[in-house]
Design a protein around this ligand. Structure first.
Ligand SMILES: Cc1cc2nc3c(=O)[nH]c(=O)nc-3n(C[C@H](O)[C@H](O)[C@H](O)COP(=O)(O)OP(=O)(O)OC[C@H]3O[C@@H](n4cnc5c(N)ncnc54)[C@H](O)[C@@H]3O)c2cc1C
Length: 361
């Protein structure tokens, strides 16, 4: 019998398992495939929501907390695993001249570094930017990015460091209860017993909870991405315009994202999206025309109605917790949402108001 069992080894499940194990609990993490190969692998790793002022405060509060804690988390993960997740402060340049007022008003509470910058400043912030986009911009110099596959590798090492039992290639079929108290989970091979169970199953969360008669509004939302192989330093900032962005990695690779498609659980890439993202990449950074596309992939985001994750203990199902529905922002919201969930599980005073994240309220 374990203290805690987590269903789903994406970023949210891994961070949850790590935090609980750090507190001295015995923890198992069950993943139907390999750790971190779904949305958490596919994402861009920007440590900020896109157009952050468009989100409810419930999202901004979690994002702000995570942004403050990421440098320490990246250091700790490096120490525990020997893998550097490459947390890098490139800043985020947003070209949305008609949203400057909204951005400034949001920034007074959530990001004191945000500045509205002139067309001339935009040009110096990212010198490879298409001159046609030299207009007034919104500059967030404090924003970091992290390299998703490296973050996952580092988290795997950290889970081993803290003694989490990792069970891969094993799908949870159902959650077991006795008199409304959680007992564990059933897989095809066996039953795993635990005092507390966390559903952190990303886009698949609603399917698992449905078996218990629990309805939750989480749907898969497909996102396609392209990767260019360039030389280091070609692009130096994360740039966002008309919902398309480029993210420069330290080794010169440049990610371009992303589509938003409601196509169920089919995780397929299309030639149409590839052509569209390629054109968008060149619209932002014309120099990318000289470099090859190295990779094109898709991931299933756990879409929730306003992007607010569900973080709560299920009513009348004692010991069953949910941490899911981070939609486009699981990397930036993850540490804070895990801090909130684990404070509930460990009966500690939470750092956030629980209500916005609790479906039962
Ligand atoms: C193209 C794209 C770009 C993105 N860019 C960013 C970004 O720049 N910044 C940001 O903050 N966020 C970004 N995101 C969003 C972010 O990646 C997600 O919000 C986050 O990864 C969700 O993590 P998760 O652990 O909930 O889900 P997942 O990573 O999908 O993990 C869920 C896991 O649960 C497992 N599972 C499901 N059912 C079962 C079962 N029955 N038994 C066992 N295991 C099960 C799955 O196999 C999966 O591994 C992006 C996403 C995409 C797709």
């Amino acid at each position: 019998m374990q203290d805690c069992l987590i269903i789903g080894g994406g970023l949210i499940g891994m961070l949850t398992a790590r935090e609980l194990a750090k507190s001295g609990l015995s923890v198992s993490l069950i993943e139907k495939g390999q750790l971190g190969q779904e949305s958490s692998w596919a994402g861009g790793g920007i440590i900020s929501p896109l157009y952050p002022w468009r989100y409810p405060d419930a999202v901004s509060q979690l994002a702000k907390w995570s942004q403050q804690h990421y440098p320490q988390l990246a250091e700790d993960l490096k120490h525990e695993s020997g893998v550097d997740p490459e947390l890098t402060q490139n800043g985020l340049l947003i070209l949305a001249a008609n949203e400057t007022e909204q951005a400034q008003s949001w920034a007074s509470e959530f990001d004191s570094n945000l500045r509205v910058v002139s067309a001339e400043e935009v040009e110096t912030i990212e010198c490879r930017l298409n001159p046609e986009l030299h207009t007034q911009g919104i500059w967030m110099p404090g924003i970091h990015q992290i390299r998703n596959p490296r973050l996952i590798q580092a988290l795997r090492g950290s889970l081993q460091y803290y003694g989490v039992q990792i069970i891969e290639n094993t799908e949870v079929d159902d959650i077991l209860f006795e008199k409304n108290r959680v007992q564990g989970v059933r897989t095809q091979e066996k039953i795993y017993y635990a005092n507390q169970v966390v559903v952190a199953s990303g886009a698949w969360t609603a399917q698992i909870l449905q078996k218990q008669g629990i309805t939750i509004e989480i749907q898969p939302v497909l996102g396609q991405m392209l990767l260019f192989r360039t030389e280091p330093g070609l692009v130096s900032r994360i740039v966002l315009s008309e919902d398309r962005y480029v993210i420069p990695r330290r080794d010169g690779r440049v990610l371009v994202g992303s589509t938003l498609e409601h196509v169920g659980f089919a995780k397929t890439t299309t030639e149409e999206a590839k052509a569209e993202l390629h054109a968008e990449a060149l619209r932002l950074i014309p120099a990318l025309a000289d470099y090859p596309i190295e990779h094109h992939w898709a991931g299933l985001r756990p879409g929730s109605p306003q992007g607010i994750p569900y973080i709560y203990e299920v009513e009348e199902k004692s010991g069953l917790f949910v941490n899911s529905g981070h939609f486009r922002n699981g990397v930036v919201l993850g540490p804070a949402s895990v801090n909130l969930l684990t404070s509930m599980m460990l009966e500690q005073t939470p750092n956030f108001d629980l209500n916005p994240y609790n479906i039962c309220v």
